[in-house]
Design a protein around this ligand. Structure first.
Ligand SMILES: NC(=O)C1=CN([C@@H]2O[C@H](COP(=O)(O)OP(=O)(O)OC[C@H]3O[C@@H](n4cnc5c(N)ncnc54)[C@H](OP(=O)(O)O)[C@@H]3O)[C@@H](O)[C@H]2O)C=CC1
Ligand SMILES: CC(=O)N[C@@H](CCC(=O)OP(=O)(O)O)C(=O)O
Length: 347
């Protein structure tokens, strides 16, 4: 089979680097263009020595320019750019006939007013919002939509860890949609390759803190997808924390149980038994980040607190894997008509 030609725009950052790792190993993908403003003209393996001697790692970074990306022959472009910037490139690349898988938040929300409320600026390309598909293949009906999409809005890292355990329970009416409380912990790479002092070693190491409370920008897409599953507008509480780890997200969610404990177990198994990248740990088991870092798995466990009548959902994933680059490769596989585990089974 002929390899599909790809580009990674914003290839020098953390999600970009994870995309490079996955694409260099992918049996049906070819890396044709990688962009970086600061490293333009330098070879990939000179900047990332970890890729040295891998076929394709001598490719040079180019400046991010839509026409150059097109001329590289790339058919599908991954955008690993800051939100606000990604929309510009998405518009230009779609115009030039490429398909786009955007890892930023620019196309995840259906309503531009919600984007403006949470991101503080008017949406940069409202005309593309209706056609963008929220790229979470495990949601019902979504893999077909992704396969047919020109523009995929790949979900955020926290949202993936929160939405996947809750959706089957909301769809079956097993929990009260207005009682959801969730608390997440993220490794520092979640913030990107930033020079912000707050994420430097001395500030982040051996310390844990909550941040962006009470209205982290991911609440917008979490509430959007949970509302679709519940069939009513969901309003919930979300508290993210920064923990001194490189990768990994660990989330604990609770909600008032309306169904029985066995219905919870059944709903999760029905939804995910056939899903390659969701591993159900069973009742009474929490999910541990060390089992999912550098993989595309999300691990989900659960428990019922008989005293409060709440169900507890535990999930772990790699923020750069299932929370970003791995999930984007799942969309790539769907668009390209490949098996779900293509390029992801050995990582
Ligand atoms: N980190 C994570 O865990 C997750 C991140 N995301 C989202 O993915 C996207 C990328 O995140 P991440 O990799 O962490 O970010 P980084 O800050 O690590 O990397 C950003 C990349 O974008 C490039 N870039 C920055 N500004 C511009 C610009 N104006 N024009 C062109 N290129 C630019 C940078 O390259 P250079 O400066 O060399 O040009 C760099 O390659 C973001 O939208 C982020 O929110 C989504 C899920 C998880
Ligand atoms: C630890 C840390 O700072 N995490 C980032 C995660 C956000 C992210 O990746 O944002 P998008 O997916 O929406 O682009 C944050 O809280 O802003």
């Amino acid at each position: 089979m002929q390899k599909i030609k790809t580009a990674v725009v914003g290839a020098s950052g953390y999600t970009g680097m994870e995309l490079l790792r996955l694409l260099l190993m992918h049996p049906y993908a070819e890396l044709n263009c990688v962009t970086s403003r600061q490293y333009a003209g330098q070879a990939l393996d000179a900047i990332f020595p970890r890729f040295a001697q891998m076929p394709g790692s001598d490719l040079q970074f180019t400046a991010p320019d839509a026409q150059t990306i097109k001329e590289s022959g790339a058919e599908i472009a991954f955008l690993a750019l800051p939100h606000g910037v990604a929309a510009e490139y998405a518009s230009a690349l779609l115009e030039l006939g490429l398909k786009v898988i955007d890892l930023s938040a620019d196309f995840r929300l259906n309503d531009p007013a919600v984007y403006e409320e949470f991101y503080g600026t008017p949406h940069p390309a409202t005309e593309l919002l209706t056609e963008a598909v929220y790229g979470m293949p495990e949601l019902q009906g979504r893999s077909k939509e992704i396969a047919d999409a020109r523009l995929v809005a790949s979900p955020g890292c926290y949202p993936t860890s929160i939405i996947l355990p809750l959706v089957p329970l909301l769809e079956k009416g097993l929990i009260d949609p207005q009682s959801i409380v969730t608390c997440s912990m993220s490794g520092v790479s979640g913030a990107g390759k930033t020079s912000n002092t707050l994420f430097s070693y001395c500030e982040a190491n051996e310390s844990v803190r909550a941040y962006s409370v009470p209205k982290h920008r991911h609440l917008s897409e979490i509430e959007q997808e949970l509302s679709i599953a519940a069939g009513e507008k969901v309003t919930m509480s979300f508290t993210p924390h920064l923990v001194p780890a490189h990768n990994g997200i660990c989330t604990t969610t609770s909600a008032m149980l309306k169904g029985s404990p066995s219905e919870v177990t059944q709903a999760l198994h029905e939804a995910y038994n056939s899903q390659t990248f969701v591993r159900l740990l069973g009742k009474g088991n929490a999910a541990d980040t060390k089992n999912v870092t550098r993989t595309n798995f999300i691990d989900i466990g659960w428990a019922v607190d008989e005293r409060t009548g709440r169900v507890l959902l535990f999930s772990s994933e790699d923020n750069l894997g299932k929370g970003a680059a791995g999930q984007a490769i799942q969309s790539f596989n769907l668009i390209a008509g490949l098996a779900p585990q293509s390029g992801l089974q050995n990582v």
